[in-house]
Structures are given as C-alpha cells and as structure tokens.
Design a binder for this molecule. Structure first.
Ligand code: PLP
Length: 402
C-alpha cells in the first residue's frame, strides 16, 4: 500500500504500454527485413524530425554526445581552439568540446533563465579577447588561443536568448552549435526576424539527444544533428559512418556513430505524440506555477515573453533546497538536482584551473535548484500533493525563525 503513495520523479513505462503494438511492429519489421542499421526507417525519421524542427537537414546519430562532437568536428574546430559553453550543464557538452580536440571555456549564466547570459558573452569577448590583426580571428589573451565557437545550452527545455548570441557570434566569427538535448520542440521568438523559431533551427547546427528520459526518448541510445547547412549535414553523415560517403572509400577518419534503425522506427512512432506531450508538460508547469508562485523564498521558473519552453524539467530554487529535498524524500516524493556541481568545479576539469567564485551565478544556482516530478502523464493530484508539501514545509520553516 505504501508504494502506491510514492510520487516518482519520472515514469517512462506508461506511454510504452499505450504504444506497445506499434513499437513491437517496428521491431518485427526490422527482424523480418534484417534492416538494423540505416535504411528507410532512419531516412523517414530524419525527414520527419527535420520537418518538426523546421530545418532542411537532420542526421541521426548514436547519442546526443556524438551529435555535439560531430557538429564541432564538422565545423572544423580543433587544435586546442576554445569553444565556450556554460558551467551549469550536463558534462557531455564540455566532453564533446574536449573530444573534438578543442578546449572548453565557460561563460556564466543569467540567474533568471539559467541559460547563457549574452551580456556575459559580450563581456568575455570584449574584455578577455582581441581580434588578431592578421587572421581576423578572436583570440583569448590569457590563453593565447583562438576562440572558435560557442555552445548555448537550452537548459530544462527553454531556449537561450539566441538573437544577441547570434549577433555576437556573427561579429566575431564564432560557430554556434545549439545544445538542444533538453529542448525538443522549444520555441524562441526572434525579435530580429519577428517570428517564432524552433530549437535546433537557429545555430550553424544543433545537437539533440533521444536518451530515454528526454522529451523525445528512444528505447536505448540515440541522437541527431539538425542544420540548414548542407555541407555540415554531409560532413556529419560521413563522420557518423567512418568518414565514408561511399562504402570503403574514406574521405577522413570518422566514427561508429550511426542511429539504429529500430530506434529510428521507435522515435517515429513517438514523434507523432511529442507536440501533445510537450503541451501536457506546459500545463503541468502552469499548475505548479499557480501552486508555488507566492510561496516564500521559492523561485519558480522564469519564462520570458520570447520563449515557449517545453519543460524537460520543472526546476524551482530555494535557499533551503537540501532540507526541502530531504523532507520531500521522507514524504516519498522523488526529486532531482540538475546539476549539483558546476563543470568548472568538477575534478574532471581541474586542469582548466578554475576556482570557487569564478562563475558566481552558476554556483549559486547549483546550490539552490531542485527539479520536481515532471513528465507528460504526471497525474494532477500527485502534482498538487507535491505543491502542497512544499508550501507547507516552507511555511513552517519561515514561521519558525520569525
Ligand atoms: C542528455 C544531454 C546530453 C547528452 O546526450 P546523450 O544522448 O546522453 O549523449 C548533452 N547535453 C545535455 C544538456 C543533455 O541534457
């Protein structure tokens, strides 16, 4: 009986029960045709996902990490050049930079959106860098290295403020790769173009992950690159398949990074439902907002007028995050931390030489964020129980000190 009261953070099985027949038929088709790698299921998914993202090309790959790495390599970034990103992201963003042969460097985030702060990017470019008179390239003065690109991360399902980022990138010749791994279907209203644009359609290329827990999730590992740049798409296609465009004729060294046909078939089935699922996530977020907006000391997600977020995660902030999390755990409510330690303070990046205090917003945010249960089918009564438990706990705590 106790277990029925548990409120999970995420529940992935329900949609699979509803879609079981269709998903099984994908598997059967693959079995019967022995089409496991490439083929029509991959082609169809690529066409449909490109359409969904409103771009001209989609290239299916093995994971979001591969997608990021292939974008950087295809963009020609290498040789210890710097690629910028934010400290408060999943490590894959920075791993892709290092593994493409570049050096990660960080720009702090906007404390309200948790995404790359374009003002901080401008500051970085204008105070830490200079344009080399001969090559015209942007060079970081302290590190003596070319700054070649930037990866804005659309964290929690909300797009970064792309207009000013793209403007700076254009002025300083930076390639922009969107990390859209949490933002399938998120939208951004470009003031410059005066229209709504989809995540994955704004940079030179974008990386998507279809890890099972993402808004669009495979039944295993999967990812994709989207782009409007034909050359970029062609290079990523080669990189995912050992650098070959024609079997056994290799233009370059590549990787084994293809998208499975079975995963592509599964993704096609689920893609049909993604707009509805994203809508359900937005409704859940709205209800959370209603329940939590006037709870003391509690900061709810900020959605600027130019953003339509798809709430991969619903993240609040509290000074009492750790006590609150413990309390919810005792009430059988599972929560998450995205992410508890910013990348510049991780052991893996000690070699970059950063210290506490270098990215104050990212650090403060990391100590206060709490991800609440969120998935399209989350029952409203569970959501309301979570909201109530939080407001009661915070009320009791704040009443106790005054
Ligand atoms: C999930 C994720 C990735 C990596 O995707 P994988 O498919 O797990 O390799 C990269 N960046 C962000 C922001 C992610 O959330």
């Amino acid at each position: 009986m106790i277990s029925s009261k548990k409120i999970p953070f995420l529940e992935l099985a329900t949609p699979h029960v509803e879609l079981e027949e269709e998903l099984v038929s994908v598997f059967k088709e693959a079995l019967h045709t022995a089409g496991f790698i490439g083929g029509p299921m991959v082609d169809d998914f690529e066409r449909e996902f490109a359409q969904f993202c409103e771009v001209s090309h989609c290239v299916g790959v093995n994971s979001g990490t591969d997608a990021l790495r292939f974008c950087l390599i295809a963009a020609g970034i290498t040789n210890g050049e710097i690629v910028l990103t934010v400290p408060n992201t999943f490590i894959a963003t920075a791993e892709a930079i290092s593994q493409a042969g570049a050096r990660p460097d960080f720009v702090d985030v906007d404390e309200r959106t948790y995404n790359l702060d374009p003002e901080k990017l401008r500051e970085y470019v204008e105070t830490q860098c200079e344009v080399d008179g001969q090559t015209g390239k942007l060079v970081n003065r302290r590190l003596g290295r070319v700054v070649a690109g930037v990866i804005p991360v659309h964290l929690y399902g909300q797009m970064a403020d792309m207009d000013p980022i793209l403007e700076l990138a254009e002025r300083y010749n930076l390639i922009v790769i969107e990390d859209a791994c949490q933002a399938h279907g998120a939208e951004y209203c470009s003031r410059k173009e005066n229209r709504w644009k989809k995540a994955g359609s704004m940079g030179g290329a974008a990386a998507f992950s279809f890890y099972p827990g993402k808004n669009l999730g495979a039944c295993g590992e999967a990812g994709a690159v989207t782009t409007n740049d034909e050359q970029m798409a062609r290079k990523v296609r080669m990189l995912r398949d050992h650098g070959q465009a024609q079997k056994y004729y290799h233009e370059m060294e590549g990787y084994n990074g293809r998208l499975d046909a079975i995963q592509a078939g599964i993704l096609r089935v689920k893609l049909r439902l993604l707009p509805e699922w994203n809508q359900q996530r937005r409704q859940k977020a709205l209800r959370y907002n209603e329940l939590l907006h006037d709870v003391e000391e509690t900061i709810i997600p900020y959605e600027p007028t130019w953003s339509r977020a798809v709430y991969h995660l619903y993240v609040i902030r509290s000074r009492r995050r750790d006590e609150l999390r413990k309390h919810l755990e005792a009430e059988q409510i599972s929560t998450g931390l995205h992410y508890p330690l910013p990348l510049h303070l991780q052991n893996a990046y000690r070699f970059l030489g950063f210290k506490q205090g270098d990215f104050a917003n990212a650090e403060r945010v990391a100590s206060q964020v709490l991800s609440l249960p969120m998935y399209p089918q989350l029952p409203f009564n569970q959501l309301e129980a979570v909201g109530q438990k939080i407001s009661r706990f915070i009320f009791a705590q704040t009443a106790a000190v005054t």
